[in-house]
Design a protein around this ligand. Structure first.
Ligand code: AMP
Ligand code: FES
Ligand code: ZN
Ligand code: ZN
Length: 317
């Protein structure tokens, strides 16, 4: 029997990469303390700041909201209704999970932005109608989510926007970016992106947790979440990269952690620099919504609605 390192009781989780086994009580304590350490280490935000947590209804973002509230942060939620069904009522079910969580914290605000109500079209509508979305709903979806998150964070006067990205997510994206040497993306992949130029500050407090650690936290805390992946994500490249990294992790525990954290560390020490990265890109405000864009005139989000009758509605937002 594996024993908890803190109290010697029966352990419920063994983290090989940390050489640490813990009982439920001490695991929850450890998880919350680790989150606080990440927030401090990367100088994400402080007690006096208001935080907006983007919640999808999945285990990561709901657990993040839960931990931030337990730590005493002023954290509100934002749910974006994408209108995805996929035969499993994906968006409806995820909204139910978010609402159920929020009912336990009525003192906090839950912002809900429904795409169809606000912009007249859902993700599947956009995927059908626009050239950009055809065959790749995930690309437009990413664009739309970033736009809405940014808008709500700025309009609500939040200090930072927090997302539930975990180590598995970050390592898979890093792997993809390295495989294609996408230096622009590599330059921007970080636990904290500073605010400025019309963009909200973005933070990822869970970026050092393995996915299974977050799942264990959600389970122990009795957080009900949507198990299904987005139906459009099935077969996505990042899922394949996650599998590859999991195989690597099986053979050598801790390699995912090292891959990501050594990247951050090397960059911090100036060993990796991206000349011609972020800073040199010529950004200016979109003529319609004001969010930064490299394109002349309208940003990619506003261009999605061009020529649409309800494009005018976007202008009013
Ligand atoms: P994903 O891109 O689906 O892996 O999600 C990454 C993070 O984005 C999640 O952990 C959430 O913080 C946020 N997110 C994803 N989908 C939504 C949504 N529909 N509404 C609000 N936040 C979301
Ligand atoms: Fe956006 Fe799947 S969550 S396409
Ligand atoms: Zn214990
Ligand atoms: Zn715009």
């Amino acid at each position: 029997m594996m024993r908890c390192r803190k109290c010697g009781q029966r352990a419920v989780i063994n983290m090989r990469h940390h050489r640490l086994a813990l009982c439920e009580e001490h695991y929850l304590e450890w998880f919350i303390a680790q989150t606080q350490r990440a927030i401090e280490k990367y100088r994400m935000f402080r007690r006096e700041h208001r935080i907006l947590v983007a919640v999808s209804g999945g285990k990561d973002s709901l657990s993040l909201w839960d931990v931030l509230l337990q730590l005493g942060y002023e954290a509100d939620g934002l749910y974006i209704g994408l209108g995805i069904d996929g035969g499993i009522g994906y968006s409806d079910v995820s909204l139910e999970k978010v609402r159920a969580f929020h009912e336990r914290h009525p003192e906090r605000t839950l912002h809900i932005v429904d795409m169809k109500e606000t912009y007249g079209e859902s993700i599947p509508d956009l995927a059908r109608r626009t050239r950009r979305g055809r065959g790749k709903p995930c690309a437009v979806c990413g664009l739309v989510k970033r736009h809405i998150m940014n808008r709500v964070a700025l309009e609500g006067g939040y200090f930072a926007l927090a997302t539930g990205h975990n180590l598995d997510d970050e390592a898979a994206v890093l792997f993809q970016n390295v495989l294609h040497w996408q230096t622009g993306y590599l330059a921007r992949q970080a636990p904290v992106l500073e605010e400025g130029g019309g963009l909200a500050r973005k933070v990822k407090p869970f970026c050092r947790f393995y996915e299974r650690e977050v799942a264990a936290y959600a389970l122990m805390r009795g957080i009900d979440y949507i198990y299904d992946e987005c139906p459009y994500a099935v077969g996505a490249k990042t899922i394949y990269y996650k599998e590859l990294l999991n195989q690597l992790e099986l053979k050598s525990p801790g390699s995912k952690h090292q891959f990501y954290l050594q990247f951050l560390e090397a960059r911090r020490r100036g060993l990796i620099t991206f000349a011609g990265g972020q800073e040199n890109v010529d950004l200016h405000p979109c003529e319609r919504c004001g969010q930064p864009t490299t394109a002349p005139g309208l940003c990619a989000f506003c261009r999605l609605w061009e020529g649409q009758a309800d494009g005018a509605a976007v202008q009013l937002l």
